[in-house]
Design a protein around this ligand. Structure first.
Ligand code: NAG
Ligand code: NAG
Ligand code: NAG
Ligand code: NAG
Ligand code: NAG
Ligand code: NAG
Ligand code: NAG
Ligand code: NAG
Ligand code: NAG
Length: 844
């Protein structure tokens, strides 16, 4: 008896163990339709959020905002050069705390796609590969090359083991459902010949040997070997076919906007077109879709790729650089996700039938005998709307749009009809202040200190040679800066001295920018533009009789991050020629040049509050203006409130900034060209990054994000290194504030009850940012209101009780939904006319 109880008990234990084990082991598999997680097919909406592009204090909020936006999966690259600053020396602290980030995603009940790379491109410095690896003898990146493969395998294994240790793979009960090796190599493989093909096969095999229990993907890699899944990156992926018929259709990068370069325009992608692309993808059988980026964030410090990628990596993403949802994009996509999820069962279990409804109109119908049926009806016409008959019902389709019918009858969403609230944000300037200044003094008076960099060689020269060196080979990217100096003797009988004219100096450089000094005076600055690195400078220089000191400060502005053999793209001065002397042309390219790597201030760690305590800062009552090569330091208070903060640098030239030793990044309010912008953007038709440019004639980046978590209540140390000369008294902290929040919906707008196909009356949704609440209605009208946000006006038809009803339902709430029903409004007003509800609210 006793023994059988014992047996039973043991059996129970074994059974329990099996239960737990089986539950934990959610190995991820796939078939042609979808990923299969824990035996279940999944239709997944994913959002790229790169952990080092924000700060840990922002991570939970970003993940929460994604979840609220209807996202199931967070996707991130892994940033090798942030994690292995020198060989075998690893860093996983601060913004690079990958396990912490994964845990936050897991705790939010979300899944994760880990794109290890470790080459990532990503507009990230050197594509994410540590610069030191370029200098390991015999290394060629991204081909069948022993040192490269060794270090790549070593780092990939390190990351995999780290994830396994915390049981982060789905196969271990964790959130990671997919991992990526390499990145968009398919574009470049041919350039590497046979070595490229072998490398692709090696990378896949190396990844598979990591035994992670979830599938590996390679994006834009047409020859990815089975079972590694080739995935799509583009503005549209509806036509994409995986390399094998056994594989699901996965879109790893849908670009909802685009990145910026210093001196470039500000690209936008309309929400309607993003939604159109997503809906088309699911219409055509896609099952995993990722926004690249969902939150772009900030390239802090010198992490941006290049050349010339801005410090802001906002990307016009659904969540802005500062972590606030961008309306209407975020809201429109949230509604899209709801609509797609209503179709999940039909999409995942049925084969589509294509129905042609017109020359450019088509439906894909996912139905079966059991009665589940979902349909996507697309109008590919990029100009005109069209009315079509589908299953004996007539539907009017706006141009370039997809209607989603989760029951094959009712349209719950159309990609071109934006119902979401819209918002206007402004950067509200605050004077820099310091409570540490005596209260009697003018608050504006900060305690400024300065440190003036020497022009040319400070300290002991690094080396002297005839001619030029490659900039990157010399600095190894330990700094942006490389000094070159030479001296030039000018005979006192030179014509130009008598005439008072100036000779012309020509400089050729492989990139990226430079400042030219003669006898200690800044003569000119020059740089490449766009993503074109090489440039030529030609301009007059002031020379005197006798010895002249020529000093060139050459600079990198983010290293190349993609392309075949990109690590060999050099930078720096290649030719200096003087014209206008009596001996004609004077080629200084073979002169004796003396070099110094970096700035004295960098060497002294002037950005570091503690390390620079003993540095020779000079106290000034008023900081000098228009003075090149100057370090500025001021102790400042945190700006009031809790809105996100940025430094307004529009009155500065170019340089680097820090707060409390944290790297804000490169600033450079370089202006965009004044042409080729649009006033309003037409969402219709294929998007390209130049289609909806804004910001002409404006600085590409005026504001530089300073995360709130970097501030102390007082005594914050702001340090800037200014290269060209600016006016530091004009620097402001700007608070990113919502200046208006509006919503506008018509009573015939498709609406439905969340998570069911039951159609509801049209409704209007309002949500204030973060923890703020709806505090007032600046405008509310049910009837025929006219105008747009901030200029709404009451029309002929107006329910006088509109404001009272909205106040009753929404006041002091973070979010609320108001239905356009007869219970709420006088729907009998002006019969026969489609009525609308328009509101503008204040959040506080
Ligand atoms: C990676 O290389 C380091 C030293 O360079 C070594 O200590 C470590 O064990 C290697 N890791 C793996 C997973 O091979
Ligand atoms: C899950 O995958 C791991 C790694 O490939 C493998 O060892 C394990 O047997 C798999 N488990 C199940 C339940 O398939
Ligand atoms: C559409 O209408 C025709 C004739 O009115 C009818 O024969 C057909 O069954 C209807 N189709 C559907 C899908 O309701
Ligand atoms: C950028 O460089 C190109 C040539 O590479 C030149 O045509 C163009 O005018 C430049 N734009 C600006 C804004 O300097
Ligand atoms: C950098 O130096 C390496 C040798 O270490 C050389 O092979 C390479 O060509 C140099 N790169 C450039 C751009 O000059
Ligand atoms: C430098 O440029 C000048 C003018 O374009 C040219 O004559 C000279 O040959 C160049 N020198 C070198 C070393 O390339
Ligand atoms: C100048 O230097 C270049 C390389 O920088 C070399 O090719 C050329 O022969 C030199 N010319 C003279 C006149 O020394
Ligand atoms: C500090 O700077 C002052 C004036 O700027 C100068 O006179 C002094 O020699 C400097 N001291 C050191 C240690 O560099
Ligand atoms: C206006 O709305 C309030 C609150 O919902 C209600 O008490 C009142 O009766 C309404 N007045 C009219 C004229 O409908």
């Amino acid at each position: 008896m006793g023994s059988s109880v014992c047996t039973l008990f043991l059996l129970c234990i074994v059974w329990l163990y099996i239960l737990l084990f089986v539950e934990a082991a959610n190995n991820v598999t796939y078939d042609s339709k979808s990923l299969i997680i824990d035996g279940q097919r999944k239709l997944l909406i994913s959002a790229a959020i790169h952990y080092p592009r924000s700060v840990p204090a922002m991570w939970p909020g970003l993940v929460k905002t994604a979840k609220e936006g209807g996202v199931d999966v967070i996707e991130t690259y892994v940033f090798w050069n942030g994690h292995e600053p020198s060989p075998g020396n690893y860093y996983f602290g601060g913004r690079y705390d990958l396990p912490k980030f994964v845990k936050i995603v897991q705790d939010a009940g979300m899944l994760l796609i880990l794109r290890i790379g470790p080459f990532v491109a990503a507009e990230w410095n050197f594509g994410g590969i540590p610069v030191w690896l370029h200098y390991v003898p015999g290394t060629v990146f991204r081909t069948d090359n022993e040192p490269f493969k060794h270090y790549m395998q070593n780092f990939t294994t390190l990351i995999v083991n780290m994830m396994k240790k915390d049981k982060f793979f789905a196969s271990q009960g964790g959130p990671i459902i997919l991992a990526q090796v390499e990145n968009e190599y398919g574009y470049y493989e041919a350039a590497y010949g046979e070595g490229g093909k072998r490398y692709t096969q090696w990378a896949a095999k190396m990844a598979l040997s990591q035994n992670i229990g979830v599938p590996w993907i390679m994006c834009q890699q047409w020859d990815a070997p089975d079972p590694v899944i080739n995935t799509c990156n583009s503005f549209y992926c509806d036509d994409f076919k995986p390399s094998y018929p056994t594989m699901p259709k996965i879109w790893t990068e849908n670009w909802p906007g685009w990145f910026k370069t210093f001196g470039g325009r500000d690209p936008h992608r309309p929400a309607e077109d993003v939604a159109y692309a997503v809906a088309r993808f699911f219409q055509k059988g896609g099952s995993v879709h990722n926004y690249y980026m969902y939150h772009g964030g900030t390239n802090f410090g010198r992490t941006s790729g290049g050349p010339f990628i801005t410090t802001s990596y906002d990307y016009d993403a659904p969540v802005d650089e500062y972590g606030l949802p961008r309306f209407p994009k975020w809201g429109h996509l949230k509604e899209l996700h709801r609509a797609i999820k209503l179709c999940e069962r039909a999409l995942l279990n049925n084969k589509p039938t294509l129905v042609h409804l017109g020359p450019k109109q088509e439906a894909d119908v996912y139905d079966d005998q059991s009665g589940t049926c979902a349909a996507f009806i697309a109008n590919l016409d990029d100009k005109d709307e069209k009315t079509v008959q589908f299953r004996n019902v007539s539907y009017t389709l706006p141009a370039w749009s997809v209607s989603i019918l989760p029951d094959c009858k009712n349209v719950v969403f159309n990609t071109a009809k934006v119902k979401s609230q819209t918002s206007t944000v402004e950067m509200v300037p605050e004077l820099l202040q310091s409570s540490m200044v005596s209260p009697n003094k003018d608050l504006k008076a900060l305690n400024w200190e300065i440190y003036v960099e020497k022009v040319g060689i400070w300290g002991k020269p690094d080396f002297t040679i005839n001619g030029f060196v490659d900039h990157i080979n010399t600095t190894k990217d330990t700094t942006d800066y490389l000094w070159h100096t030479t001296s030039l003797f000018v005979d006192k009988n030179e014509e130009f001295l008598k005439k008072g004219s100036k000779p012309t100096l020509l400089i050729e450089s492989k990139g990226h920018a430079l400042h030219l000094f003669v006898n200690g005076i800044l003569q000119a600055s020059a740089s490449g533009n766009g993503t074109v690195s090489p440039f030529k400078f030609k301009g007059p220089v002031s020379l005197k009789a006798g010895k002249n000191e020529i000093a060139i400060l050459s600079m990198t502005v983010g290293l190349q991050n993609a392309g075949s053999f990109y690590e060999w793209v050099g930078a720096g001065v290649t030719n200096v020629t003087l014209k206008g002397l009596k001996h004609g042309t004077n080629d200084l390219s073979n002169a004796t040049w003396t070099y110094k790597i970096g700035l004295e201030g960098e060497h002294l760690s002037l950005y570091d509050v503690d390390a620079s305590k003993n540095a020779n800062w000079t106290k000034v009552s008023e900081p000098p203006k228009s003075q090149p090569l100057t370090w500025y330091k001021a102790v400042v208070d945190a700006p009031p409130g809790d809105e996100p903060v940025a430094l307004d640098m529009v009155h500065m030239g170019k340089g680097l900034a820090w707060l409390n030793g944290e790297q804000i990044g490169r600033y450079w309010p370089r202006k965009a060209p004044s042409d080729k912008c649009v006033k309003t953007c037409d969402y219709r038709g294929k998007f390209n990054p130049d289609k909806c440019n804004m910001g002409c004639g404006q600085p590409t980046q005026r504001w530089y994000h300073v995360p709130r978590s970097w501030f102390k209540p007082s005594g914050n140390v702001l340090v800037m290194f200014e290269e060209k000369g600016g006016d530091p008294t004009q620097i402001r902290f700007s608070r990113r504030k919502l200046s208006a929040l509006c919503a506008h919906v018509a009573e015939d707008h498709p609406s439905f009850v969340t998570n069911s196909l039951q159609k509801s009356k049209a409704n209007l949704e309002l949500k204030c940012p973060m923890d703020t609440q709806i505090s007032a209605f600046k405008f509310a009208s049910y009837g025929t209101p006219t105008g747009t946000c901030q200029s709404f006006a009451v029309g002929d038809c107006h329910d006088p009780n509109s404001t009272a009803i909205l106040e009753k339902q929404c006041l002091n709430k973070n979010e609320c939904t108001v239905e356009l029903t007869k219970e709420n409004f006088k729907t009998e007003l002006c019969p026969g006319i489609t009525k609308k509800l328009a509101v503008e609210v204040t959040c506080s």
